[in-house]
Design a protein. Structure first.
Length: 129
């Protein structure tokens, strides 16, 4: 995956529009589009950190230095109470372009069409066995 692919994948996975992500980072929607398409290949350091924060990931993942997107929304203590956790850690598996595109399409469908897509995928899987 390229840096642009990673940005697009994370943005769509979070359900953010180009404009919404741009607002969080302090740039226009057209700049976000240029990052995603690879037209702009470098980002200023301050924008890179804001982008990582807005996408709940790390600069390392966006840059491709690591293969796993690790998101730490907040890390807290349990305040001395066993079983109580005030923080969340989410680990996401990296997806191929095709998997990300299927997920994007799936997320944009209504419930009926999601079921149709799922049934088609099951049928194709069974045919391939």
């Amino acid at each position: 995956m390229t840096m642009g692919d990673r940005i697009h994948y994370l943005r769509t996975n979070l359900g953010l529009t180009l404009q919404e992500l741009g607002d969080k980072v302090g740039v226009g929607a057209s700049t976000v589009r240029k990052w995603e398409t690879g037209y702009i290949k470098t980002l200023r350091t301050d924008k890179m950190q804001k982008l990582a924060d807005a996408l709940d990931t790390t600069v390392d993942y966006i840059m491709g230095w690591t293969e796993t997107s690790v998101s730490v929304n907040s890390v807290g203590t349990n305040n001395g109470v066993i079983g109580q956790n005030s923080g969340e850690i989410r680990i996401e598996q990296q997806r191929s372009k095709e998997e990300a595109e299927l997920l994007r399409i799936f997320n944009n469908l209504d419930v009926k069409r999601r079921m149709e897509l799922l049934l088609t995928a099951i049928r194709l899987e069974e045919e391939s066995k």
